[in-house]
Write a protein that binds this ligand. Structure first.
Ligand SMILES: Cc1cc2nc3c(=O)[nH]c(=O)nc-3n(C[C@H](O)[C@H](O)[C@H](O)COP(=O)(O)OP(=O)(O)OC[C@H]3O[C@@H](n4cnc5c(N)ncnc54)[C@H](O)[C@@H]3O)c2cc1C
Length: 313
């Protein structure tokens, strides 16, 4: 087992949130190690929208530019691997990756995103991020005014319909089984002329992830241009719980505005701590956490370097 030198900060997850924090910390002359498994949430989407100055860029290009800019700072190092465990080790933290290699740091940032739990519906995984869409702010503009489907039921389905009808009123709600809408919700949908299809969905037919038809159990083929769906998620690693960080009821890591978790010295940024899943939000939260970690490191340095001043009487 190789024990490497100690860093000021180890960032676990080197996507938008992690690299944004690394940029702030590199510019603060901090020794940082970014460990990244390289599986960002939007990896399948052809174009990432809504990030100012880079609207419509491919995720691969966004990541490449971010990496190139951060690697300009000599105190930031990178390691491609998966962190398996992280524990407190005296005043620092010890992080172990796949092959058993360990690294130590004074602070940790969890920028590990979340794992989307996709339904076991043929075609869904292939279309995720391409023509099965999670967010109208990311992808609604591209399909506005087009025939769209929403694959959801009950309160979630109702909420999604009322949101997405702003982009297109050519909407159909696919409840994939008996509708659990309330009578009042059904009335609103009727007034909005939004049809509800209860027949179970058998498959999403597609060409290279672009939906061609929604095949229903009764053999009908519906032809929305795209569908919106909200899928459950979980943390993509158990590291937060290994360290004792509190999770909220929705599974996200509990943090302060500056990304402090409930465990001193451990921070979180990006999708791992917010439901507002957008590149801009991940970048902003990484920036805040990076600055706050540096502030704490400065306070720790000062504490070590200075003695309490006593006033003689
Ligand atoms: C299908 C889809 C399409 C999207 N489209 C858009 C869009 O058009 N515009 C937009 O603004 N937003 C979009 N988003 C949202 C956006 O992708 C996320 O908000 C953003 O990726 C979050 O950044 P992050 O850094 O928090 O996490 P991620 O980008 O998910 O990155 C987390 C990183 O941590 C790594 N990691 C996880 N566990 C470990 C571990 N144990 N050790 C080492 N590394 C680890 C992962 O491999 C990954 O590289 C989309 C999301 C989805 C799901």
């Amino acid at each position: 087992m190789t024990v490497k030198r100690e860093y000021d900060v180890i960032i676990i997850g080197g996507s938008y949130a992690g690299l944004s924090a690394a940029l702030v910390l590199g510019r603060s002359l901090r020794h940082v190690l970014v460990i990244n498994a390289g599986q960002p949430a939007n990896r399948q989407t052809p174009h990432a929208h809504g990030f100012l100055t880079r609207d419509g860029e491919t995720p691969a290009v966004l990541s490449a530019i971010a990496y190139e800019q951060v690697s300009h700072y000599p105190t930031v190092q990178f390691w491609t691997d998966t962190v398996v465990t992280a524990v407190r080790s005296g005043p620092a933290f010890s992080v172990t990756i796949g092959g058993g290699v360990q690294f130590q740091a004074h602070k940790l940032l969890l920028a590990t995103g979340v794992y989307d739990i996709l339904p076991d519906l043929p075609g869904f995984a292939e279309c995720w991020g391409r023509s099965v869409l999670h967010c109208p702010y990311c992808h609604g503009y591209e399909v506005h005014g087009q025939p769209l489907g929403i694959l959801a039921n009950g309160d979630v389905g109702y909420e999604m319909v009322t949101l997405i009808q702003h982009w297109s009123n050519l909407l159909t709600l696919y409840t994939n089984g008996p509708s659990t809408l309330t009578e009042q919700q059904q009335q609103v949908l009727t007034q909005l002329e939004i049809s509800v299809v209860e027949t179970p969905v058998a498959a999403i037919e597609h060409k290279a992830g672009m939906l061609t038809a929604l095949l229903l159990d009764d053999g009908r083929r519906m032809r929305p241009t795209a569908i919106f769906a909200r899928v459950p998620f979980r943390q993509s690693t158990t590291i937060a719980t290994q360290l004792g960080c509190s999770l909220m009821e929705n599974g996200l890591i509990e943090v302060t505005e500056f990304g402090e978790t409930t465990v001193p010295g451990v921070f979180a940024a990006g999708d791992a701590m917010t439901l507002f899943r957008q590149v801009a939000i991940a970048v902003a939260s990484g920036t805040k956490a990076g600055a706050w970690m540096n502030k704490e490191l400065i306070a720790d340095d000062l504490h070590r370097k200075t003695r309490p001043v006593t006033t003689e009487v």
